[in-house]
Design a protein. Structure first.
Length: 511
């Protein structure tokens, strides 16, 4: 056996010999792969690593999350096959949320459910997949209710994982630095006395960390998109019909001074056909004019509500086809938002696009999209229909009922501008809007266009409040939904002209 005594006769790192031997054994055990989220909290090396990563967590450190994070990282290092699987990176993304302040821990909990359900749903199709996603949506709402969210559905529907992409990348890089630093610390403390096999293992791990850092800009982004899409699929079920409930029975249970709120019920959607996924997006409803049996399972007109069977084209009720799954007749809830984009006429890919108006029957439902990409893709607004420029956001009044036909937006493919495909998936509402309201919005919109400044207007009849403002987007036209992105010069050409109502076969219910 080699002599491990230093020149001074003491163990390396200022440790006693007994302590050094115990520490070395612990380090060796961990480095050789005992990383299944079950560290011994009293063991020195594990504690060094856990403490180092806990230092990255805002507020109270989550030891369990740290262990899981380290285990997933080591798993990616050791398995090239795992590094190629997006869902392995999705799990890493979910755990990284523990390192982000404010709602990071909550999103981590939601994300764990999404990973479990998403991976299971990936192997399913049709009704089985729909049922699995519905199950996940219920589970998420129940989880949010259990941890005390007063409006779980509202918070969940506003969740956009892609908004955290930059933070996740930054936290991931920091995590790599922290783990690498601990490995370096092992080598420094052990010095030349470290067994060659253990030193080789550490070098392998350090090299693996470097590999993950190189892959992260691509794989983490893919994982963020996958997780975001999975949650969007579940959000679509929560939105279906807008009649989701989260009735809470508040049971105050003495836990020190803390009261615990438990979910009594988390009903996700109304009965009836769910939105169906096509190969790439949200499948259109089938609605043959004069054949009620083709669409009655998804839509029935009710007196006082917009009539989606009022207009047909090519023997199809294209307004029903603009939805995927069940269409619910219901009043807008007080404070509920609807939105609509409009803009000047112009040219996109050599095609003349008509000017669009701020007032009309078709509106997005819920918080407005934050990017042009989200608007185009999730709202399925083809380039040939609308060139953007401005948004009008309406807020439903408390004391007046706005009746709407509500459901999930279906996919769209370009006809006049070929090559564009938009999957849909957001929620939309069709309302009957009066000519006076259209004119009022038009007058205010013209002032906003002329001044470039936002303005507000209230409909004196319905008392619905509207805000109109420029979007500021520079990438709204000719870019999203194409397999090949065209040259920039052909994207943003526009020419101003007189306003007229644009026809959109699945957007407008002309009254």
């Amino acid at each position: 056996m080699a002599d491990t005594t230093t020149a001074s006769g003491s163990a390396p790192g200022g440790l006693s010999w007994a302590r050094f031997k115990a520490w070395s054994a612990e380090a060796g055990e961990w480095v050789w792969g005992t990383t299944q989220g079950a560290f011994n909290e009293k063991a020195s090396f594990s504690q060094i690593l856990v403490d180092a990563v806990i230092g990255m967590i805002p507020l109270v450190g989550d030891v369990t999350a740290v262990r899981d994070l380290i285990a997933v990282v080591i798993g990616l290092i050791e398995s090239p096959a795992k590094r190629e699987k997006v869902w392995e990176w999705v799990l890493l993304v979910v755990l990284l949320f523990a390192l982000i302040p404010v709602f990071g821990g909550v999103i981590k909990g939601v994300g764990r459910i999404a990973v479990k359900v998403g991976k299971a749903a990936e192997a399913l199709t049709g009704a089985a997949r729909a049922a699995k996603l519905q199950e996940g949506a219920r589970e998420i709402i129940a989880f949010l209710n259990r941890i005390g969210f007063k409006n779980a559905e509202k918070w969940f529907l506003s969740l956009r994982i892609t908004e955290y992409q930059a933070q996740l990348l930054e936290r991931f890089n920091k995590l790599m630095e922290v783990i690498n630093g601990v490995l370096v610390q092992i080598q420094r403390k052990a010095g030349s006395l470290m067994p060659a096999s253990l030193n080789s293992r550490i070098e392998t791990l350090k090299s693996g960390l470097a590999t993950l850092k190189k892959l992260a800009p691509d794989m983490l982004v893919k994982a963020v998109k996958e997780l975001d899409q999975t949650l969007r699929d579940m959000q679509a079920y929560v939105r279906s019909g807008g009649e989701t409930t989260s009735r809470l029975a508040a049971h105050e249970v003495a836990v020190g001074e803390r009261a615990v709120t438990r979910a009594d019920e988390a009903r996700i959607i109304e009965s009836g056909p769910l939105p169906a996924r096509s190969v790439r997006g949200w499948k259109k409803n089938k609605a043959i004019a004069g054949e009620p049996d083709t669409y009655e399972l998804v839509y029935k007109h009710e007196p006082g509500y917009p009539d989606l069977t009022e207009y047909s084209k090519d023997n199809r009720y294209i307004n029903i086809e603009a939805f995927s799954g069940k269409i619910i007749n219901r009043p807008l809830k007080p404070g509920e938002q609807i939105y609509r984009y409009f803009g000047p006429e112009g040219v996109t890919h050599r095609h003349d696009v008509k000017l669009t108006q701020p007032g009309g029957g078709w509106w997005g439902l819920g918080p407005p999209p934050r990017t042009a990409k989200e608007w185009r893709e999730k709202c399925a607004v083809l380039d040939e229909w609308n060139r953007d420029g401005y948004i009008v956001i309406g807020t439903a009044p408390v004391d007046h009922e706005i009746k709407a036909a509500v459901g999930t937006i279906s996919e769209q493919s370009g006809k006049e501008i070929s090559g564009q495909y938009l999957p849909g998936g957001n929620s939309q509402a069709v309302i009957d809007i009066s000519e006076s309201a259209k004119n009022g919005l038009k007058d205010v919109a013209e002032k906003v266009v002329a001044s470039g400044k936002a303005a507000v207007w209230s409909d004196p009849v319905t008392r619905m409040k509207f805000e109109i403002r420029p979007t500021g987007w520079t990438d709204a036209n000719g870019i999203h939904g194409y397999a090949n992105v065209p040259r920039a010069a052909s994207v943003q050409t526009s020419r101003l002209g007189a306003r007229e109502m644009a026809t959109k076969e699945n957007r407008e219910v002309t009254k």
